[in-house]
Structures are given as structure tokens and as C-alpha cells.
Design a protein around this ligand. Structure first.
Ligand code: NDP
Ligand code: ZN
Length: 347
């Protein structure tokens, strides 16, 4: 990112490896909707000559003297969120906010990202996960952000066996919320989107009903599908500030909303008072940044290894070679209808 609205190639010094850190060479990367928000919407404010990207699987090229469990040559998954594990926030269970709200998000935010020949990982033993045998780097790159974020939507909404869940937004994040809800035992999963490819894959990940928000109100369609009973959980992975209005309205008392959508505009989010039980409806709204961490990522990787989850269904555009990163990023910006997620592999 050269400045807001402009990307290009730059030369930078190789980062320095501290005693607890690692340097990694990417072997598979993927651009994210958040990179697009950063460059073209100026979501983080201005940034000059910052290396973009926070989704990479790579090969370790150097480790600091106190790193225990990784060696040069190891293949690793590096999550988008790389907390300081000795922070008070991490001790409190919210590592993604280590050092301040949302500050666990360092790559392409407070420091250079992963679209580079070599990138730096802090707290390497806590922030890198071993790539399991039998899991391809292309599949594994979905473990950096799409799987942990989509699944976090299902965690925040506390999806339980037999729940009826409405997942609003079925880009790659929402698709992983559909898959995560199915794995947590939801019986009925209503997926909200419009692109035919996303709709097809949502069905393969476990959606039982599709709501096309371009064909009328999401709320009316959800209430019709449930014969006015409403839903137990809503996961928000797309839409805008007003999506919360529909979500609160369709939720049963005792229900939970898990938001992982990035809200980039407007000062306030409105909650419909009476539908929120005049403040007494036991309708919980939770929103969160994805948790990183080696333990979590290695567990999620085991879902791929043992055939419970196939993230490669989302990889609609594949490139080979470092030089294609910009093309993949621009594709993410322009979002052609058949795009879900691009991936670039680097030899
Ligand atoms: P996409 O743009 O690929 O998907 C967005 C989805 O929302 C699409 O299915 C789209 O439908 C749907 N949508 C768009 N407008 C509406 C609307 N008005 N009502 C209902 N649905 C709508 O995004 P991603 O899946 O890549 O990312 C989703 C969000 O998650 C982004 O905001 C991203 O920044 C955020 N994010 C959050 C993270 C976290 O840690 N919390 C980490 C990573 C990403 P259609 O089929 O028509 O395109
Ligand atoms: Zn991302």
C-alpha cells in the first residue's frame, strides 16, 4: 500500500528477528476483504509504503534464540492475529486485544504484512502453527483468517445442537460460519447472500435454506421460513449497520447474535427497542475479532486433516508466483461474481 487508493511494489529492509521471533518466507498467501478496506476505503487511516496482507502459510527461515518448537525449514500457518501472549489482555482471555482494543491485529496494520519475500512473526512459539502432513498450503491459508473468523461467529452466537441459525453474508467468512454452525450441531441453517457460486457452496457446507437479500427483506423471508417463530442464533458476516435491526427482530428471546462483520461507517448502530424486549429480552449481541494462537489454529487444522472441513471449495482463483499477488488483490477489490477467494502459491 503506497497510500490510500494506491498499491504497487516497493523494496524494504529485511526485518530483524528478535529472540522470541521468527522470519518466514510465504509459500501460499491470500488477499482479504480487510486488505481492500485498508487500501481503498482508508479503514485504518493513511498508511505509507506499508506491506499488505495477513493471510500466509510459509517456510521458517530464521528463529530467535529462545524459540523452542520451530526450526528453519518448518512449514507453518501464521494466523492474521498475532497477540503478545504475556499481555494482561491475553491473561484475561482476550488475546486479540493484547496491547489495546483490536491491537492483536498487527500485520498490515501496526507493522508490515505478509505479501513480502520475508515477514516477521512476534512470539513465534505462540503465533505459528505447524502445517500438518497431508494438508495443502492452499487449504491451510484459509486457517489464517477465514476459518477462525467464520467459526468465531458461531462461537460468539453460541450455536448449539438443534439450533436454527441465520447466517447473514456468505462470502468466505460467512461460508465458514455456515460450516462452523453445522459442525457445532445446528439443524437448520439459513444462509443470506445472492451470488450463485456462494449459494451453491453454502449448501455444500450445510445451509438448509437460502435467503436472497436482493429479493426482499431478510427479516420477512426468515420469519416466513420459520412460520413466524424466528431463529435461535444469528451470525452476521455481511451487510451493514442496519443488519442488526433485522437480526434482533428475527431472534427468539434467549437468542444470540455473533457479529464478525467489519463495520466501517456511521457513528451508531441502532437496536429496535421493543423487539429487544424493552431492554429485557435476553437477546445478546456479541461482536469479535478472530482469536489467533497456535493451539487454536492447530486444532482447526486437524479438522482439515481428518476430512471434517474442506476449505478448498472456496478457492475459485489460483495463481502461481509472487508476481501475481497484486493481481489477486485487485481481483478481491473488483469482486467478480464468480470470485469467493483467490490464492497465490509461491515456490
Ligand atoms: P464478502 O464481501 O466476500 O461477503 C459479504 C457477504 O455479505 C456476501 O455474501 C454478500 O452477498 C453479503 N451482503 C452484502 N450486502 C448485504 C446486505 N445488505 N444484506 C445482507 N447480506 C449482504 O466478505 P468476506 O466474507 O470476505 O468478509 C466478511 C466481513 O468479515 C468483512 O466485513 C470483513 O472485513 C470481515 N472480517 C472480519 C474479521 C474479524 O476478525 N472479525 C476478519 C476477516 C474479515 P452477495 O452474495 O450479494 O455478494
Ligand atoms: Zn483477512
Amino acid at each position: 500500500m503506497k497510500r490510500i487508493g494506491e498499491t504497487g511494489w516497493i523494496e524494504k529492509e529485511k526485518p530483524k528477528c528478535g529472540p522470541l521471533d521468527a522470519l518466514v518466507r510465504p509459500i501460499a498467501i491470500s488477499p482479504c476483504s480487510s486488505d481492500v478496506h485498508t487500501v481503498w476505503k482508508g479503514a485504518l487511516g493513511n498508511r505509507h509504503d506499508m506491506i499488505l496482507g495477513h493471510e500466509a502459510v510459509g517456510e521458517v527461515i530464521e528463529v530467535g534464540e529462545y524459540v523452542r518448537d520451530f526450526r528453519p525449514g518448518d512449514r507453518v500457518v501464521v494466523p492474521a492475529i498475532t497477540p503478545d501472549w504475556n499481555s494482561l489482555e491475553a491473561q484475561g482471555g482476550y488475546s486479540m486485544h493484547s496491547g489495546g482494543m483490536l491491537s492483536g491485529w498487527k500485520f498490515s496494520n501496526f507493522k508490515d504484512g505478509v505479501f513480502a519475500e520475508c515477514f516477521h512473526v512476534n512470539d513465534a512459539d505462540g503465533n505459528m502453527a505447524h502445517l500438518p502432513e497431508g494438508v495443502s498450503p492452499e487449504a491451510a491459508v484459509m486457517l489464517c483468517d477465514m476459518i477462525p473468523t467464520g467459526f468465531h461467529g458461531a462461537e460468539l452466537a453460541e450455536v448449539e445442537y438443534g439450533d436454527t441459525v441465520c447466517v447473514i453474508g456468505i462470502g468466505p467468512v460467512g461460508l465458514m460460519s455456515v460450516a462452523g454452525s453445522a459442525l457445532r450441531g445446528a439443524s437448520r441453517i439459513m444462509a443470506v447472500g445472492s451470488r450463485p457460486d456462494c449459494i451453491k457452496i453454502a449448501g455444500e457446507y450445510g445451509a438448509t435454506d437460502i435467503i436472497n437479500y436482493r429479493n426482499g427483506s431478510i427479516l420477512e423471508q426468515a420469519m416466513k421460513l420459520t412460520e413466524n417463530k424466528g431463529v435461535d442464533r444469528v451470525i452476521i458476516a455481511g451487510g451493514d449497520n442496519d443488519t442488526f435491526i433485522d437480526a434482533v427482530k428475527m431472534l427468539k428471546p434467549g437468542g444470540k447474535i455473533g457479529n464478525v462483520n467489519y463495520l466501517g461507517e456511521g457513528e451508531y448502530i441502532r437496536i429496535p427497542r421493543t423487539d429487544w424486549g424493552n431492554g429485557m429480552g435476553h437477546k445478546t449481541i456479541a461482536g469479535g475479532l478472530m482469536p489467533g494462537g497456535r493451539r487454536r489454529v492447530e486444532k482447526l487444522a486437524s479438522l482439515i486433516k481428518y476430512g471434517k472441513l474442506d476449505p478448498e471449495k472456496m478457492l475459485t482463483h489460483r495463481f502461481e508466483g509472487f508476481g501475481h499477488i497484486e493481481e489477486a488483490l485487485l481481483l478481491m477489490k473488483d469482486k467478480p461474481k464468480d470470485l469467493i477467494k483467490p490464492v497465490v502459491t509461491i515456490k
